[in-house]
Design a protein around this ligand. Structure first.
Ligand SMILES: [Cu+2]
Length: 145
């Protein structure tokens, strides 16, 4: 009986997770889509995201690590500037750039220009050593066929 109850709890948790994931990927109804990106063990999950040209994406950034991270979205030039620069705090002044303190959540909304069709942008964390460790991901901008 105990085992059955445990099994039921596990099954319900699975359903709840599925519902959360589906809701996170669904349109917000105001022309924005929400994508949840989790920062775990100094990696981004998912590390690959697709966006429509011209689409506005609301990134919900969840840092589950006990250390600070950041989410910097942009082209190679943006990534290089942040990797070499001393800018360490991002509180929403620039779309696609957010600091996320340990155990916290932050949001940034980014509009992918239609001109990016067929190209990709990178998102990364440039706190010392994180980029080299592999804390990066990619947004491919492409129309659904
Ligand atoms: Cu980081």
């Amino acid at each position: 009986m105990r085992a059955l109850r445990l099994l039921l709890v596990v099954a319900l948790c699975g359903v709840a997770t599925l519902v959360v994931v589906r809701a996170a990927g669904s349109p917000a109804g105001d022309g924005e889509r929400t994508v949840v990106v989790t920062m775990r063990h100094s990696r981004f999950e998912p590390a690959a995201v697709r966006a429509e040209p011209g689409e506005r994406v609301r990134f919900v950034l969840r840092n589950t690590d006990p250390i600070d991270h950041e989410f910097i979205l942009g082209d190679d030039g943006v990534q290089r500037r942040h990797e070499q620069g001393r800018e360490r705090e991002h509180h929403g002044e620039v779309p696609g750039e957010r600091s996320v303190a340990a155990g916290q959540e932050a949001v940034t909304t980014y509009a992918f220009p239609a001109s990016l069709d067929g190209r990709a942008l990178e998102f990364a964390c440039h706190l010392p050593g994180h980029y080299a460790y592999g804390m990066r991901g990619k947004v491919t901008v492409q129309s659904a066929a």
